[in-house]
Design a protein around this ligand. Structure first.
Ligand SMILES: N[C@@H](CCC(=O)N[C@@H](CS)C(=O)NCC(=O)O)C(=O)O
Length: 323
């Protein structure tokens, strides 16, 4: 497997409650920590084989990285292999937690845990980093398989093909012929868009914000230009990993990043007609994949808890009607 582009800078030692709320480092810059658990399910893996009713992915409606994983589960029809358990949409003082609100339940159905951190400590009692979603859990070995979304979606593209019906196994969002191009796009989209909104939104100095907000909009301009020939997906007529990775950010943009993260030079819906067309195509024309995994009201509340605590009313309506 080629090197994945999402290897962000390490964040340093343990994380306390204050650090969890204040996401920026002392220099005002937000740096996403590197993920710890990096195993890949495969027939050849000594432990983690593709089997029914064995894996669980822990997610919440707010998180775009978890959203990528949900998209792949729906697209590849992995529901019998990977079940989904929802945490509450708010990031609490002790990290993600269960509460019987919206998608979430009172406690974890498998272990009765009430906090995501309990899984991390069950997997590694000395774990000292952030407790992040998405987190892929193995019920057989009772441990975390992987908590890096870029790897989880790459794994889900092929890992279960041997046990999937032929039509689902044939779906390939990372086709050989497009790999170098997809990798290239993933890299700049990750740095300036997917993670760019966080680097602008969690900056605590003017310079850290300025350093990131302009590259974000330059990349949105570049994506708009790519889609300006009317193509269906980022690489033409084939849905690829690049679309899967961009959708969660763009669907959150006007509702959360524009309002709460000050990514407000332009909105998607008024400033980027081709991105908006691409977004609505995915959302409305493949509803079982894109619409059914999107929870705009929950994620607006979720992002607001990381900021003022006040969920913005607008933009109204959240999704622009198709014109
Ligand atoms: N590299 C990870 C990043 C995941 C991540 O940062 N998730 C956020 C939610 S959007 C999280 O769980 N944050 C909890 C925290 O930082 O305490 C991935 O892509 O899977």
């Amino acid at each position: 497997m080629p090197a994945l582009p999402d290897d962000p800078n390490a964040k340093g030692p343990g994380v306390d409650a204050d650090q969890r709320k204040n996401q920026a480092d002392q220099d005002g810059k937000f740096r996403r920590q590197a993920s710890t658990f990096r195993d890949m399910i495969s027939l050849g893996h000594p432990h983690f084989k593709p089997e029914k009713n064995r894996y669980v992915v822990y997610v919440c409606a707010t998180c775009p990285w978890a959203h990528r994983v949900l998209l792949m589960i729906k697209l590849k029809g992995l529901e019998e292999f990977v079940s989904v358990v929802w945490l509450h949409w708010a990031l609490g003082e002790q990290g993600w937690y269960f509460e019987p609100v919206d998608n979430s339940c009172e406690k974890d159905p498998h272990y009765g845990f009430t906090l995501l951190s309990q899984f991390y400590f069950k997997a590694d009692k000395n774990y000292d980093k952030r407790f992040t979603v998405p987190m892929l859990w193995d019920l057989k070995y009772e441990t975390i398989v992987n908590n890096e979304s870029s790897e989880i979606i790459r794994m889900f593209n092929t890992a279960f093909n041997v046990v999937l019906p032929a039509d689902k196994a044939a779906i390939d969002v990372y086709p050989e012929s497009l790999r170098p191009e997809i990798d290239k796009m993933n890299e700049w989209v990750y740095n300036t868009v997917n993670n760019g909104v966080y680097k602008a939104g969690f900056a605590t100095t003017q310079s850290a914000y300025d350093e990131n907000v302009y590259p974000l909009f330059r990349s949105l301009d570049r994506l708009e230009e790519i889609l300006s020939d009317g193509r269906e997906f980022l690489f033409g007529s084939t849905l690829t990993e690049a679309d899967i990775r961009l959708f969660p950010t763009i669907i959150r943009f006007d509702a959360a990043y524009f309002t709460l993260f000050s990514c407000n030079i332009r909105m998607i819906r008024y400033g980027y007609p081709n991105l908006q067309r691409w977004l609505l195509h995915l959302y409305y024309d493949f509803p079982a994949i894109f619409k059914d995994t999107t929870f705009l009201e929950q994620l607006k509340k979720g992002y607001s808890t990381a900021k003022t605590g006040i969920a913005p009313a607008g933009p109204i309506p959240i999704m622009m009607e198709r014109v």
